[in-house]
Design a protein around this ligand. Structure first.
Ligand SMILES: Cc1ncc(COP(=O)(O)O)c(C=O)c1O
Length: 401
């Protein structure tokens, strides 16, 4: 190139990305989205990759929202949640756990994700660590990273008999920088359910080291031994440092609404109110009216969801199990089958192959952190008819490979 030509080349533009905080730049892309983008427009695709069912929100819930809108509830509202919803949350928990709950413990958020993020922001920042057993729903460690803290991943122990908390490694992971420990039981993606002993172990560890427990028990109703799953609420005392983060998404088929809640010591109320003010400034009142309908009148719908999930679990477990080509631990809770395919450890490629060859959408286990390598996740909260077809397609495909 001549000197004159070189002069005409403009200097390299600084990248916009150079101006971003490393925590924002480092936020990981979802490992599930790659497969979804690959397969979402395929004709006849049965999508079992996301954590949701196929039933829209029932009318008694949506009608509560439209009534509220028609009545003009369209103004700014309470940051902690409207009093009626906080009372409904207290009633719901009182019924579910068989002991009294105060409305002052509940704070309405813009989704379970926002509940988690709000709690992480209260206790963990630059230089801090939070212990996270994995495989795990990836949004939690990502939220810790975005807050500038470090998720310390501790793989669970896997055998065909089930997933287990690696208590020794969890205890060994505590350092002077540890601020908390995340426990998601029943687990997305593994279906593991913490035993009362596991919970007692974590609570004892937290008490001894002054840690916060982030208790994500959103799948507690999906517990196949019957009733709800064991909970930190069974064993905690008022002094324990526990955040419960929860959501309307799963029990009441409201994933698209983006509404959840935190249960936390009332003493944190002002701080939570402030964090809500400076993030979402509160959840729309008409959505909160829908939340009250869900909590107060949704029990038979929840029972229907649980029965459907149980039926779905049996269809996929029986169908895939009979092939002898996949392995999985018993699914004790939540609504996912987490399985390996014999001789196929590269699950990123496998997800794409299953789209091409079976027209079924599954999520690769690598999206769920250490311990998820080699696994695929299948969501079985779907109509039995579709699950029968999807299972048959997978069985046929397994027969060909
Ligand atoms: C374990 C777990 N926690 C929390 C959530 C948050 O749900 P949402 O943000 O839809 O309220 C999900 C959603 O998949 C989840 O699987």
């Amino acid at each position: 190139m001549t000197a004159a030509a070189a002069e005409k080349i403009p200097p390299a533009m600084p990248s916009f990305l150079d101006g971003l905080r490393p925590e924002a730049l480092g936020a990981p892309e979802s490992g599930i989205v790659e497969v979804m983008n690959y397969g979402r427009t395929r004709e006849g695709m049965i999508p079992l990759w996301a954590g949701e069912g196929d039933v829209p929100t029932p009318a008694f819930i949506t009608e509560a929202a439209t009534r509220s809108l028609a009545a003009g509830e369209t103004f700014y509202t309470w940051q902690r949640g409207i009093p009626d919803l906080r009372e409904a949350l207290a009633r719901y928990h009182t019924n579910l756990f068989g002991k009294p709950f105060e409305p002052g413990r509940f704070f309405v958020t813009q989704s379970g994700m926002h509940a988690l993020q709000t709690c992480v922001r209260m206790v963990a920042g630059k230089g801090d660590e939070v212990i996270v057993p994995s495989p795990v729903w990836p949004n939690f460690p990502a939220a810790i990273g975005v807050a500038g803290a470090t998720p310390v991943m501790v793989p669970q122990i896997y055998t065909d008999a089930g997933w287990q908390l690696d208590r020794q490694r969890i205890a060994d992971a505590v350092t002077p920088r540890t601020r908390g420990i995340f426990i998601n039981s029943p687990s997305n993606p593994t279906g593991w359910v913490a035993t009362p002993d596991d919970l007692a172990f974590v609570l004892d560890l937290a008490r001894r080291h002054g840690l916060w427990i982030f208790a994500d028990e959103i799948y507690t109703r999906f517990h196949y031994a019957g009733g709800r799953a064991p909970s930190f609420r069974d064993i905690r005392t008022p002094e324990d440092r526990i955040f419960f983060t929860d959501t309307f998404s799963k029990n009441w088929s409201m994933t698209g609404w983006r509404m959840g809640w935190i249960e936390a010591p009332p003493e944190l109320g002002q701080t939570i109110e402030n964090l809500v003010q400076y993030s979402t400034s509160g959840v729309a009142a008409f959505m909160q009216r829908a939340g009250i309908a869900a909590l107060d009148r949704g029990e038979s719908f929840v029972q229907h969801q649980i029965a459907r999930a149980r039926q779905g679990r049996d269809i996929v477990v029986d169908g895939l199990g009979a092939t002898g080509k996949v392995r999985f631990a018993p699914v004790n809770g939540a609504f996912y089958l987490f399985f390996t395919v014999e001789g196929r450890p590269d699950v990123r490629r496998l997800g794409l192959e299953i789209v091409d060859d079976a027209n079924v959408g599954l999520a690769p286990g690598t999206a769920f952190g250490p311990g998820g390598e080699g696994f695929m996740r299948l969501c079985f909260l779907r109509s039995p008819e579709q699950l029968q077809v999807a299972t048959q397609r997978l069985v046929d495909w397994l027969g060909r490979i």
